[in-house]
Design a protein around this ligand. Structure first.
Ligand code: CAA
Length: 262
């Protein structure tokens, strides 16, 4: 059997645990090729369909989350081939269809498609060693997995232009100041922090977690008026759940809520 390009494990004790997916092409700094993206998509879908999983983490190695799309696999690709195989579109965006929260745990390089993959996760927790960049312009292309769209939304136009046009890298501290990552933690504490964040999510009502994620994504991916309308419909719909009654009653009764997922 060929060596798997992603490793999966389940961590945690409670009714809902965390599914951890580790990108695993260490010698190539987790350069993202077709087979790896197929395996990543399948692992994400597997955890999304598993009722025992509340939250998913995508991570890489200490040196690299991912150094981008695999350049050796792209070097000779023609325009006609890119279109015929629906390059990127075919298997990179499975992650956008995942309903459970997906946290990127980034250590080392997150470049090109690696940065884009991290940005397709719901939020990024970075080690202090993390470096983000969209260096595609240095190899005669541009970001092709949403980088020109998501980076400006995350860090603003000026910084995004700077990164995309000069190909410079942003360190973890700058990425946190700019809003690209939610927190920066010491490298040796990265997984502890990420798993604690995932555990906090696992303890919540699954319906409100899925719907909160979909609402924040609406803000990020669409326009403001549409987003507020979408949020209002979802907000109203939560009043049909038992967990809303339980959550509010528990607050008023000064006790912990007992979520049922109904
Ligand atoms: N594709 C294929 N192989 C890659 C790779 C990539 N994106 N990034 C690194 N590797 C390979 C290297 O070729 C090298 O392989 P060999 O040992 O066989 O020579 C190995 O990984 C280790 O890399 P380096 O020796 O270069 O390690 P370094 O520490 O000196 O440098 C680095 C690290 C700065 C990340 C450097 O590897 C680098 O610049 N990589 C390319 C980054 C890049 O351009 N990414 C964008 C790709 S295009 C893209 O992603 C398109 C898109 O939007 C979808």
């Amino acid at each position: 059997m060929t060596e798997p390009l992603v490793l999966t494990q389940t961590i945690g004790e409670g009714a809902r645990r965390t599914g951890v997916i580790t990108l695993h092409r260490p010698k190539q700094l987790n350069a993202l090729n077709d087979a790896l993206m197929d395996q990543l998509g399948a692992a994400l879908q597997g955890f999304d369909a598993d009722d025992g999983i509340g939250c998913i983490v995508v991570t890489g190695s200490e040196k690299a989350f991912a150094a981008g799309a695999d350049i050796s696999a792209m070097a000779k690709k023609t325009y006609a081939e890119a279109i015929a195989e629906n390059f990127i579109g075919r298997n990179w965006e499975t992650i956008l269809t995942i309903r459970k929260p997906v946290i990127a745990a980034v250590s080392g390089f997150a470049l090109g498609g690696g940065c884009e993959l991290a940005m397709m996760c719901d939020f990024i927790i970075a080690a202090d060693t993390a470096k983000f960049g969209q260096p595609e312009i240095k190899i005669g292309i541009i970001p092709g997995a949403g980088g020109t769209q998501r980076l400006p939304r995350a860090v603003g136009k000026s910084k995004a232009m700077d990164m995309v046009l000069t190909a410079r890298m942003m360190d973890a501290a700058e990425a946190e100041r700019a809003g690209l990552v939610s927190r920066v933690v010491p490298a040796d504490k990265l997984m502890d922090e990420v798993l604690a964040a995932a555990d906090a999510i696992n303890a919540l009502s699954p319906a409100s977690v899925l719907l909160a994620k979909s609402c924040v994504n609406k803000a990020f991916e669409g326009g403001l008026a549409d987003g507020v309308q979408h949020e209002r419909r979802i907000f109203h719909s939560l009043f049909a759940t038992e967990d809303q009654k339980e959550g509010m009653a528990a607050f008023l009764e000064k006790r912990k809520p007992a979520w049922t997922g109904r």
